[in-house]
Design a protein around this ligand. Structure first.
Ligand code: HEM
Length: 517
């Protein structure tokens, strides 16, 4: 009776939106199969609408900038949804991506120095080294041929995994080494790439609300224990090594001082040696940061870099202009400051992160009743104009990052086009987007923004710097053939080869300066 009453009096019931969906799945099955569905609903119902989640429960979509700002800034009220947290927690333990409230603030304070400007400056050498390694591997594949087709996404996955392992935890993977033995961590992560059926995904979500269902793991749930055990075993070993290195560094009789280690793990270990208890973490919590950052940083980085190359492959003029700028730098190993001094490189990255948003969606749940402010009023199902959205505790909210990036009211009629030059003078409306970087929601905003935004942007700059100076990059399939996956992270795939999963075929040619022909 209580749930029927809650349904009938739900404050979202008057919002516009699609007809109620399946009795059990609501619109859930449609949403996890169709990457464009919410965009079409948005075009029909406007900036704020209601749709149905599992068990036909009403969920809110809002792309209103004031509402989004309110949600993202008030992290104590709006938290990650239990199914999202539960899957992550079972995998990574209590790392930064999982914890909420005061514990999140505490962990974030301890981890922030590892992602500061000086720390990123030190890590740039690793970004460049790995980019050069990838460039040389591609050159070797090209051999004496005029051109070579590659799956750039598969290579970028390996390269970004190496970067995060080394820059994050001083861990050497050799994932880019084609003839090397298989690596234990790569194998652990691969165990997690499980293709779930929509039914299995729905069941996993239902497990968050109905604990007894957790006795029956399926899909990802089945793969998690083995992968988690492996990651924590490796994490424990890395922590022991990092502690030994820090101790050797402190010991005046320990012989030659170890080179100062800047990786994330070393920063945490050093912080644990300070007297201030508020910046100390237990060993278990330190170890939990390793899988937390691997999972948060690996797929996102490879996906973002893939879309960057895709954007350039479709825009030869922009690629040439970028190459001209990059060739003005007379070194193969630019510093972070040299990379940051290249304006066109910066525009290209911002524009690719806008036009091809990697993390397209995230979700929050209201932990208490609240009222969302709106920057523009909306008209409800009965024709009444409303200027706020009241919410009940437990309401799930879809944060449509991609929709904000492609909003014609914000970016103008050419919002869907890739035009780096727009960053010379962005529209006033774009300055109202809540943001942690570049007037975009790529790295979200507020206290839970991506801790590694600086790290990721410099990594992408290093990669483009190295690859665009060496290769001319073309699309291997017609433009409309590359579409995103329907997941929250939009990986690239080929429309006519969906069975192959995520991939990005590209054609490479060695770049030869005109005067060397
Ligand atoms: C271009 C690549 C990346 C993109 C687009 C990206 C995007 C994001 C987004 C949108 C969030 C917020 C998710 C949410 O709260 O719902 C996030 C959080 C996070 N990201 Fe990234 N990320 C990237 C790379 C990385 C890397 C390389 C690392 C680690 C080295 C990393 C570590 C994290 C962590 C730890 C959080 C949680 C922060 C917190 O809750 O305080 N990310 N990222």
């Amino acid at each position: 009776a209580r749930s029927i009453h809650a349904h009938l009096t739900c404050p979202l019931r008057n919002l516009p939106g699609p007809d109620r969906g399946d009795r059990v799945f609501g619109h859930f099955k449609l949403l996890i199969n169709d990457y464009d569905l919410t965009n079409r609903w948005r075009a029909t119902f406007g900036t704020n609408f209601v749709y149905r989640g599992l068990f036909n429960k009403r969920e809110l979509y809002t792309a209103d900038l004031s509402a989004l700002k309110h949600i993202l800034v008030n992290d104590m009220i709006y938290q990650k949804p239990p199914p999202m947290r539960q899957t992550m927690e079972s995998l990574v333990g209590n790392g930064l991506t999982v914890v909420e409230g005061e514990e999140h603030r505490r962990q974030r304070k301890i981890l922030n120095p590892a992602f500061s400007i000086p720390a990123t400056r030190d890590l740039t050498e690793i970004f460049t080294q790995k980019s050069v390694q990838l460039r040389d591997l591609w050159l070797r594949q090209l051999g004496h041929a005029d051109s070579q087709r590659i799956d750039a996404f598969a290579w970028l996955r390996k390269m970004t995994l190496e970067v995060i392992a080394e820059a994050g935890f001083n861990y050497h993977l050799n994932a880019l080494e084609p003839s090397g033995p298989p690596n234990e961590l790569v194998q652990a992560l691969e165990k997690l790439i499980v293709r779930e059926t929509p039914r299995e995904t729905a069941f996993r979500f239902a497990q968050a609300s109905i604990p007894v269902l957790r006795l029956f793991p399926t899909g990802v749930g089945k793969a998690v224990p083995a992968a988690r055990a492996e990651m924590f075993r490796i994490g424990g070993r890395l922590l022991a090594e990092s502690k030994a290195a820090a101790a050797a560094d402190l010991n005046p009789f320990g012989g030659k001082k170890a080179a100062r280690r800047r990786d994330l793990l070393s920063v945490m270990v050093q912080s644990n040696m300070l007297d201030d208890e508020s910046v100390r973490m237990s060993d278990a919590d330190v170890i939990a940061q390793i899988p937390a950052n691997f999972t948060a940083g690996h797929d996102t980085s490879s996906t973002s870099s893939a879309w960057l190359l895709h954007a350039l492959s479709l825009n030869r003029a922009c690629q040439t202009k970028l190459r001209q700028e990059l060739l003005t730098v007379h070194t193969d190993n630019p510093s972070m400051d040299e990379l940051n001094s290249l304006p066109y490189l910066d525009w290209v990255i911002r524009e690719a992160m806008r036009a091809y948003t990697p993390v397209a969606t995230t979700f929050r749940v209201a932990m208490q009743d609240d009222v969302l402010p709106l920057s523009k009023p909306y008209v409800d199902r009965h024709g009444v104009v409303r200027d706020t959205i009241p919410l009940r505790k437990g309401t799930l909210i879809r944060v449509p990052i991609e929709a904000v990036h492609l909003d014609k009211d914000i970016w103008g009629p050419d919002a869907h086009e890739f035009k780096p030059e727009r960053w010379e003078c962005i529209p006033e409306a774009a300055k109202n987007i809540p943001s942690a970087w570049g007037n975009l929601l790529t790295f979200l905003a507020g206290p839970r923004n991506c801790i590694a935004s600086r790290f990721s942007v410099v990594e992408m700059k290093s990669l483009l710097f190295t690859l665009v100076r060496a290769f001319e990059i073309d699309a291997a399939v017609p433009a409309g053939e590359i579409i995103p996956t329907a997941s929250a992270l939009h990986r690239p795939r080929v429309r006519s080869e969906l069975g192959k999963g995520a991939q990005l075929p590209l054609v490479l040619r060695r770049y030869v300066p005109v005067d060397q022909y």
